[in-house]
Design a protein around this ligand. Structure first.
Ligand code: ADP
Length: 385
């Protein structure tokens, strides 16, 4: 008798348009939010809990243009991470290489300093072979550099790749649908559609029950936990803008980190990733600042930082820096801040018997996949108990 071959898993279903009828099937796990964290969790659940039936629900498309994932820097590095997190970061790196394949790019990561210190090289030596990078800096102001490694990638593409693999293994995906969680694992699904006057209207509403619900809704998750589940958390959010710097970069150009600002080579130029200084207060609406009386699209804190950096990186004082005239000119997104802390790693938290929160935040490029894997393990252990 021939040996039984293991059957490949049946792919999941995808509902992208309101025209496709959706019938809520039985699902054990419902993941809300198909950003980088939600999609990573869906994939990790196939490893740790392959028999759970998972539904991934996203308010927008994949990736959502309003989410943090699309504008995340996509710079994996150990720079700035405490030793205790290096193991998780290395694990994430290996996963990125498996998942991201061709889109990953290895390059140096240089942190620039005003003073000498262990492991630091003179900046011109550290940038030997990268004249395009040296011209951005003033080596008299930042004469020392710590060289490390980076992997750069596009988190939006990675989320798509993770979602595709998860669907291939059986995850169902429901797009254009807003979820409202309720205590006890019940959720309301509202399928949304956009009218020709750009109004979002609810097309259909369903109520679904799942054994486990995960809010992987980024910066919106803490408010959703509070409003719909009555669970107050200490997580915060901040609005981060990523202005464009029109200075030439090459495929191997280093990522530069100068006094909190990251210059990330991208599309033959640079994307600037400014420091996040604090959580934004409740109700904060981002507004552009003024530079010498002229309105710009950059928020005030970011503008002040860039002005303060003009000595170390004189390129910021040139018209290569795209300041915009109003907020909509500069790409920006709300970023979750786990525990309201700028240095807290991504992680999860149990909100009630059925619901978890999964937050990425500023360190998700280097640690996000690890955090999703940890939660998948916990869900798998819980469902076997
Ligand atoms: P993360 O880095 O944690 O993945 P993102 O902001 O990129 O953060 O992703 C969160 C995703 O969750 C976004 O794509 C957003 O559209 C989605 N989302 C937020 N709230 C809801 C909701 N109520 N229902 C469905 N999707 C939601």
């Amino acid at each position: 008798m021939p040996a039984l071959q293991p059957q490949p898993p049946a792919p999941g279903r995808v509902w992208a348009h309101v025209g496709q009828p959706f019938t809520p099937g039985p699902h054990d796990v419902l993941i809300v939010g198909a950003g980088r964290m939600g999609t990573a969790l869906a994939l990790a659940l196939h490893v740790h809990a392959p028999h759970r039936r998972t539904l991934l629900v996203e308010e927008g498309g994949l990736p959502n243009e309003d989410g943090a994932t699309l504008l995340a820097p996509g710079v994996w590095t150990l720079a700035g991470l405490p030793d205790a997190l290096h193991g998780a970061a290395h694990w994430t790196r290996a996963q990125l290489l498996t998942l991201g394949g061709d889109q990953l790019q290895s390059r140096p990561y240089l942190t620039l300093h005003a003073g000498a210190g262990p492991g630091r090289l003179p900046t011109p030596d550290a940038l030997a072979g990268h004249p395009e990078s040296l011209t951005l800096l003033n080596p008299a102001s930042v004469p020392w550099a710590t060289p490390q490694d980076a992997l750069t990638y596009r988190p939006g593409l990675l989320a798509q790749q993770a979602a595709q693999q998860a669907i291939g293994q059986g995850t169902d995906l429901l797009l254009n649908t807003r979820v409202t969680p309720h205590p006890g694992g019940q959720v309301t699904l509202e399928r949304l559609t956009v009218t020709n006057t750009h109004q979002i209207v609810t097309h259909e509403t369903f109520t679904v029950q799942a054994r486990t619900v995960i809010l992987a809704t980024g910066a919106q998750a803490p408010a959703q936990a509070e409003h719909h589940l009555g669970v107050h958390t200490r997580h915060g959010r901040a609005y981060r803008q990523t202005p464009h710097l029109n200075a030439p970069s090459r495929p191997g150009s280093p990522v530069l980190h100068v006094q909190g600002l990251t210059l990330r080579p991208q599309h033959d130029a640079y994307t600037l990733i400014p420091a996040v200084h604090h959580r934004d207060p409740h109700g904060y609406e981002p507004v552009g600042g003024h530079l010498t009386g002229v309105p710009t699209g950059l928020r005030r804190e970011t503008l002040e930082d860039l002005v303060g950096l003009m000595d170390a990186a004189p390129v910021l004082a040139t018209d290569a820096l795209h300041l915009g005239r109003s907020l909509s000119d500069v790409p920006g997104a709300w970023l979750a801040l786990p525990h309201g802390d700028l240095h807290a790693p991504p992680g999860h938290e149990r909100l009630d018997e059925h619901t978890f929160l999964l937050l990425g935040g500023p360190l998700a490029d280097s640690l996000g996949l690890y955090a999703a894997d940890q939660l998948a393990r916990q869900i798998a252990a819980g469902s076997e108990a």
